[in-house]
Design a protein. Sequence first.
Length: 312
Amino acid sequence: MRTCVIGGGGFIGSHLVRELLNSGRDVLVLGRSTTRPESLERAATYLTCDYGDRALLRRAIADCGEVIDLAYATVPQTSFANPVFDLQSNLPPSVTLLEEARDHGRLNRVVIVSSGGTVYGQASRLPIIEEDITAPISPYGITKLTIEKYALMFHRLHDVPATIVRPANAYGLGQQPFTGQGFIATAMGRVIQGNKVTVFGEHGTIRDYVHVRDIASGILCALEKGDSGEIYNIGTGVGRSNRDVLDAIEPIVSRDGYSIEVSSESARGFDVPANVLSFGKLLYCSGWQPKVSFDEGLTEMWAGILKKMLDS
């Protein structure tokens, strides 16, 4: 079976493509870059494609049985600077994809990768389950949730086999620092530079950090075992504050002669204080659960970022 991964050349996408290839699938990756991403497995086919171009998208997915949409043009931090751009650059292409999926007629599954870290907003309880209230407080989260609503509408009205996954905060080898997304990667980058790591609030925000390989396997499980019209969290059920993360990183970086200095700033009003996801629904339908330990993931990630920054 051929599986199309839109936005498959990025951080999560490169790990997902590897999972899909290992499952025996033929994988087609669509990306906006005119050059093939270096991180992409050679066994995958890469095609430069603006998936907002309906005719080009139609030809690309014509012989595919599955589509996974990972593409997104912004990150939570940049969405505040230009919410109109966040909406216009992400919502129309996603709706176009759903229209093409409706007209395709032979797709077994369309997986929409949403954001468990932003669509819920301020939680009334932890860990968060899929049925909890969604009240995002960022343009990024609002647009992600709107795409979800469109996917569910196309499922109900046109039988588009759409499944939604909501990953928590991804981390792991290959994540780049200073992109506006990913506290762990940026903290490691600042340590290597000899700069202070900024924490907003006494302990910072609490987040559910799930390793990118676990996110990739979770998406695959939702693809294979999940139901159309359903939403699945991908998380660990464990919350860690920024200070907890730095405490975990400290012994790892110290082995290479580095130390962590912290700069404390006032809490920011647009930060959700805590976000931790229950993964019980995905566990029940597929048996999925996170496997990569936090220390293992941090150690591998530190080695990768250290090597890349020292070599550059």
